[in-house]
Design a binder for this molecule. Structure first.
Ligand SMILES: NC(=O)c1ccc[n+]([C@@H]2O[C@H](COP(=O)([O-])OP(=O)(O)OC[C@H]3O[C@@H](n4cnc5c(N)ncnc54)[C@H](O)[C@@H]3O)[C@@H](O)[C@H]2O)c1
Length: 354
């Protein structure tokens, strides 16, 4: 029997409840597919911060390196500045484990109505690949004259040729393996950011030359935001920097019905370190504790984790069960226009699996 060790960080807000449903769904498949995931709960996040002054212990990365994957809910608390939660947990994990590919699919599922007119199930089927270790989220910069009226900040974006090329190459390989529109779109802003984004553009041109059968296009981020609304069906694989990928994947979530449906995987493609699987959404403090969050993004992130761990069949079955529940339209959470609770949605997906 295949066994894997999973570190679970439920984090804050709705993180705990959506992860709970993700684990239930995976548990329902273990016997059938003869595998076992052994979970270790790590109670890190904002409560850990309130007790210790840090989002996670000083040896957190050492601890996490003993696991095959990390399953994460969300971090973020209304009483804590977001840069503390992000820089204290998520970003250090992504960097330490060189999870340089952040994979964020957006698919218009059956039963879901896009806020955009005229699109039916399957019309939108794109993947945003976000560079995940450098760019605008590199932790480089500083303050001067903090709290004086002359206060200033410097925030540096870092673009390395190596960092750009490897994630762009991943995007091209994915376009080949998807076999859909055979197209990769690069997101840039080199008209205004004449250094880092130029390195990005040149990396894109070099890698594109290695894939003559893949159609390419390069869009400025502002134009790309517009095109995601105007013609989302024209996108196949989209590759962007840390910031641009972050923004576009939220748009991708909304045009396919709800951010509560959008999964993500932070991957070290070379498998030297654990990869991390989490929903695109945050801790949603506005609905936390009400039991009404949509667990599907986290359940689908769990499916991505299973695929990464070699359980492709189980992963496909979860996706099929989600599709079946959505297309029936009887059990839908509030973000999708229904009244179902988080647990009822988990129950429905488990029933569909059986
Ligand atoms: N990866 C992460 O952990 C992550 C990502 C984004 C934001 N955050 C943090 O989360 C906190 C809240 O941020 P935000 O409000 O900008 O983004 P958010 O994604 O938490 O919420 C945005 C909106 O979407 C809704 N929503 C999100 N997930 C949902 C779900 N599963 N089901 C139903 N509705 C859902 C929320 O209720 C809210 O109205 C902040 O502290 C932010 O820093 C964390």
């Amino acid at each position: 029997m295949a066994q894997n060790k999973i570190a679970v960080i439920r984090g804050d807000g709705i993180g705990g409840e959506v992860i709970g449903q993700g684990i239930r769904v995976i548990n329902a498949l273990e016997k059938r597919h003869n595998f076992r995931l052994k979970y270790t709960e790590l109670p890190w996040g904002s409560d850990w911060y309130f007790n210790t002054g840090a989002m996670m212990p000083h040896d957190a990365i050492d601890q996490l390196s003993n696991y095959d994957a990390i399953y994460l809910g969300a971090v973020g608390h209304p009483d804590l500045q977001d840069h503390l939660t992000l820089n204290g947990l998520l970003l250090p994990i992504r960097r330490a484990f060189d999870q340089y590919v952040c994979l964020r699919p957006s698919i218009l599922y059956p039963g879901i109505t896009s806020p955009l007119n005229g699109y039916k199930s399957g019309d939108i089927d794109l993947v945003v690949i976000r560079e995940n270790t450098e760019g605008e989220y590199a932790n480089a910069g500083g303050f001067q004259y903090l709290d004086f009226s002359t206060e200033l900040a410097v925030q540096t974006a870092i673009f390395t040729r190596h960092g750009c090329e490897r994630v762009i190459k991943y995007a091209f390989d994915l376009a080949v393996s998807r076999g859909k529109q055979n197209r990769v779109t690069s997101i840039t802003k080199s008209n205004a950011q004449g250094y880092g984004m130029v390195v990005w553009d040149r990396a894109f041109e070099r890698i594109a030359a290695e894939y003559p059968n893949i159609e390419t296009e390069s869009l400025l981020i502002d134009a790309a935001c517009m095109e995601f609304i105007r013609s989302p069906n024209s996108f196949d694989v989209v590759v962007g920097s840390n910031l641009f990928g972050d923004i576009l994947s939220d748009i991708g979530g909304m045009i396919t019905g709800s951010i509560g449906l959008s999964p993500s995987a932070n991957i070290d493609p070379e498998r030297r370190f654990p990869s991390m699987f989490e929903p695109v959404h945050g801790s949603a403090p506005d609905i936390a504790g009400k039991g009404i969050s949509n667990p599907i993004a986290t359940i689908l992130s769990g499916a991505m984790m299973l695929k990464h761990l070699g359980q492709e069949q189980a992963s496909n079955e979860i996706e099929a069960a989600v599709l079946e529940v959505l297309s029936r339209k009887t059990i839908l959470t509030q973000d999708l226009g229904g009244m179902a609770t988080t647990i009822e949605m988990g129950d429905a997906i488990i029933q569909a699996l059986n």
